[in-house]
Design a protein around this ligand. Structure first.
Ligand code: TRP
Ligand code: ZN
Length: 476
């Protein structure tokens, strides 16, 4: 009598609550996609987007960020943020002008290689004209000083993302667009970079970002936290969540450095789940290959207005105490989504289908129901159910990227692959995907190609049916 959609809906429902409230790719590829975005006349101006069909203004062309050094101060009482971003980038073309993405906030100054640059604002585009034209293939450094009260963005699906104020700080999660609400960025997963964060908050609050904590110091009633994310990260996966947190830090027997920050109001509910984090990461490492990053952990906030969790790199951020399925899901994203990143939001099933299938596998291998059973139950869903409303490989617009066809039908596609190639080959494919594209990017076409190479089978028909074709497939 289990309702067929029970398990997947649990995940969806968790995320959808927010909706109710408000409702190494090669540089050449970056340049290629970016080039296609702008008219040929814009010979040496960087383009305002990277040609993402769902988010045309996300990211910018003409350069590739190597490193963000962010220095932030946040006052939860007033909601005021001040920031300085030092962005080290390499040009992929000659640039007399380039864009960053920044939404809201007031920019007070910009320098490029120490010379004052002029700039103007145009919606989310921050258009920078350096004093001197930047040659092609040059490293340059842009320093942006800014301040204001950050406003989250409302995504096409009605959910909020970005810097979202809470009663004791801010829940900071940027998928797909919100990074630009708190720092100027090349805001598209095509451009990954390393990060340093220096965040100052009132004493007694914590600022929790990605990677490893380098240190913290308190003076004059304010505490500064220094974090370093040394492996490449997409801007949407950056966080600097602020709140009153109970912190625990330890190193697992396997050598992972864990830093957990938990809102005391969620601590009792979170404890039994967080206790399993080391074993979940261990289990996933056995399945998907070595954990891809230097730091790990969780941020469990009390932010009921958010309605979703996000796989922020190394340290997912939860809007409430997660259940075990959600912990497994966000942890699996560290391999699928974070280490192996999207090149276009249209491929979102490569993130969500994989993380959802990890939940099915976890259940199967921990005394719960088999993935086959989960698949079979889902397949009984009637043809007019939203599960079949669009193919996972083509959500149609940014409005649909977090819906059931991406999560559940995406996972069903992986299960079909497993049935077709057998367990040994299937798990080899998953591992090869995470290994071959580690710290880089992957596309649906590359995944299919890899699966065909590993299995020696033609899989075009299978993926066509399960990833590309609208409606309920006629056979399970
Ligand atoms: N990627 C998140 C996850 O699956 C979910 C998510 C992030 C989300 N941002 C969102 C869902 C906005 C709905 C709306 O864990
Ligand atoms: Zn997810």
């Amino acid at each position: 009598m289990t309702p067929p959609l029970q398990q997947p809906v649990r995940r969806s429902a968790l995320r959808r609550r927010g909706t109710l409230v408000a409702a190494g790719i090669p540089i050449a590829v970056v340049a290629l996609l970016a080039g296609a975005a702008g008219p040929a006349a814009a010979a040496s101006a960087g383009s305002p987007g990277v040609n993402d069909p769902y988010f045309p203004l996300a990211g910018n062309g003409g350069y590739d960020v190597e490193h963000y050094d962010l220095t932030l101060g946040y006052d939860p009482a007033t909601g005021h943020l001040d920031g300085r971003a030092v962005i080290t980038a390499r040009s992929t073309q000659q640039l007399n002008r380039f864009n960053l993405d920044l939404n809201g906030l007031k920019v007070t100054s910009i320098t490029v290689d120490r010379a004052a640059a002029s700039f103007r604002r145009d919606g989310q585009e921050l258009v920078v004209t350096p004093r001197h034209t930047i040659g092609k293939d040059r490293e340059f450094r842009a320093t942006v000083t800014y301040a204001g009260i950050p406003q989250p963005v409302t995504d096409p699906d009605g959910s909020l993302d970005g810097w979202i104020p809470t009663d004791d700080g801010a829940f900071v999660a940027g998928e797909p667009q919100g990074a630009m609400t708190w720092f100027p960025a090349n805001n598209h997963p095509l451009d990954k970079a390393s990060y340093d964060f220096t965040v100052t908050v009132p004493q007694g609050r914590s600022a929790v970002a990605n990677g490893v904590l380098l240190g913290q110091t308190t003076t004059g009633g304010r505490t500064t936290f220094r974090w370093r994310q040394s492996e490449p990260m997409a801007a949407y996966l950056a966080t600097a969540t602020v709140g009153t947190f109970k912190v625990e830090q330890f190193t697992t027997p396997g050598g992972l450095r864990i830093y957990n920050a938990v809102d005391p109001r969620e601590a009792a509910a979170a404890a039994p789940v967080l206790k399993k984090l080391p074993s979940v990461l261990d289990w996933e490492s056995k399945l998907f290959g070595p954990y891809p990053f230097r730091g790990a952990g969780a941020i469990v906030d009390h932010a009921p207005q958010v309605g979703y969790a996000l796989e922020t790199q190394t340290r997912p951020v939860y809007d409430r105490a997660p259940d075990l399925g959600t912990l497994v899901h966000e942890s699996a994203h560290q391999w699928f989504g974070d280490s192996v990143s999207l090149t276009t939001w249209k491929d979102i099933w490569l993130n969500e289908g994989f993380a959802t299938y990890a939940e099915w596998l976890y259940d199967e291998q921990h005394g719960g129901q088999s993935a086959q059973k989960t698949f079979d139950e889902l397949y009984t869903t009637p043809e007019d159910d939203e599960l079949w409303s669009f193919p996972p490989g083509d959500p149609g617009s940014g409005e649909h990227i977090f819906e059931a066809p991406v999560y559940s039908r995406g996972a069903m596609a992986l299960h079909k692959l497993r049935q077709t190639v057998g367990d040994r080959t299937f798990f080899r494919i998953l591992r090869a995907w995470a290994t071959d594209h580690r710290e880089g990017h992957g596309t649906t076409a590359q995944f299919i190609h890899l699966a065909e190479r590993q299995s020696g089978k033609h899989l075009g028909g299978l993926f066509h049916t399960w990833i590309d074709t609208a409606g309920k497939p006629s056979r399970p």
